[in-house]
Design a protein around this ligand. Structure first.
Ligand code: ATP
Length: 366
């Protein structure tokens, strides 16, 4: 009997439902064609639209079902006009990170040769690195609880040994797995500001301790400001980068920029048991309802989900379909004749997703 994996789906706000529908359709099609696994889907309410209607942004029942699911696929959430009484935006994705201890924010940055983008890649170079953003503490620790008086404001940055150890082991394991796949030299770079802040010297010290457990991998350090420069000047040199929450928040948008925009940037927030897969972009209310949103970041996030489920459950069919889905999107983008407006094309959401479906079929037939 094939294993069935339960996927909790949050359709989100703005363009969220528009990019979720074709993504789930692709997943259903791949699962139906596979003899190695099956998927079932539970669509759960949450988000800014739900908050506006009910006063609840992430219902307890949604949280419970998501916690019991095998993986969570989450679209973009939040709307600029819908806010909590303290003025902050509705962000169930951040609540999920905290509730399930999703400490590792995984942000892959891939640019194939020939793919349009802001950088001209030197001959023979491709960009293929992964930025890992700690996602439960750092400068986001005091989120919503900063102290503000008439004369000053304070936020607290927190770095713990427990989470840092888990984060660094996760990063080295990922570098190991990439090395085995021939996708990187097996190197992890700790990105910090250890020359100025004691908290980052602490972070770096724990990194060095964990690095010793992986003698066959390389480990080095870089300051966050220099890393921003190198991400533009020589991004092909990176393999796995690991950093604090706020630094990761900023660098991951720079990574998305390298790929030609947010519409191509997938992400995963991974914990010891649960994981959420979602595009890096927001709900893009300026283009919602027009059928022009780029679905690729969402589809690439779904591909990461298949890969993660495959590794977790030792299921080769899931891993193979995760790679096939990612490669199909990359091939469509590199071919360049069916791109959405954000990438300089004229295709709508359904056309762009349809091109991925056709590419999967072509690859299958080859
Ligand atoms: P958040 O703070 O929730 O991350 P944001 O304010 O940074 O959101 P986004 O919603 O990500 O903003 O949108 C930023 C810009 O990128 C907008 O102009 C939006 O239309 C565009 N954009 C974002 N996602 C997509 C997409 N999938 N396809 C096309 N354009 C997009």
């Amino acid at each position: 009997m094939t294993d069935t994996f339960e996927i909790a789906v949050f359709e989100g706000d703005g363009i969220g439902p528009e990019i979720t529908a074709p993504t789930v359709a692709l997943l259903k099609q791949m699962a139906a064609a596979s003899t190695g696994y099956d998927l079932s889907f539970a669509t759960l309410p949450a988000g800014a639209g739900h908050y506006a209607k009910t006063g609840e942004s992430l219902p307890k029942e949604s949280l419970r079902i998501a916690g019991e699911a095998d993986a969570i696929l989450l679209s973009a959430m939040g709307l600029p006009d819908v806010r909590y009484p303290d003025g902050t935006e509705i962000s169930p994705q951040i609540e999920l990170r905290m509730a399930f201890g999703l400490f590792a924010g995984v942000r892959p940055v891939n640019v194939r040769a020939g793919q349009p983008g802001p950088l001209t890649l030197p001959e023979g170079r491709e960009i293929d690195f992964v930025l890992i953003r700690e996602s439960t503490e750092g400068l986001f620790y005091s989120m919503g609880a900063g102290e503000v008086t008439e004369t000053e404001a304070r936020e607290t940055l927190r770095i713990t040994r427990e989470v840092s150890e888990q984060l660094f082991r996760f990063s080295f394991d990922l570098a190991q797995s990439r090395k085995q796949q021939g996708r990187g030299p097996g190197r992890v770079t700790c990105v910090d500001k250890a020359n100025v802040f004691r908290a980052f010297a602490f972070f770096r010290g724990i990194f060095d301790e964990i690095a010793v457990e992986y003698p066959d991998l390389a480990a080095d350090h870089a300051y966050v400001d220099a890393t921003a420069l190198w991400m533009v000047q020589k991004p092909w040199d990176f393999d796995v980068l690991v950093t604090e929450n706020m630094f990761g928040d900023i660098l991951s948008d720079l990574g998305a920029g390298l790929m030609g925009g947010l519409g191509l940037a997938p992400s995963a927030d991974i914990g010891l048991k649960q994981a959420v897969f979602q595009p890096c972009h927001g709900s893009a209310p300026d283009i919602a309802g027009q059928g022009v949103a780029n679905p690729h970041a969402m589809i690439l996030s779904a591909a990461m989900m298949l890969d993660w489920l495959g590794i977790k459950h030792d299921n080769a069919a899931l891993r193979a379909d995760g790679a096939r889905l990612r490669e199909a999107v990359e091939a469509v983008v590199a071919r360049g004749d069916c791109l959405t407006r954000d990438l300089g094309g004229t295709a709508g959401t359904d056309e762009a997703a349809g091109a991925v479906r056709a590419m999967l079929q072509t690859a299958q037939a080859a």
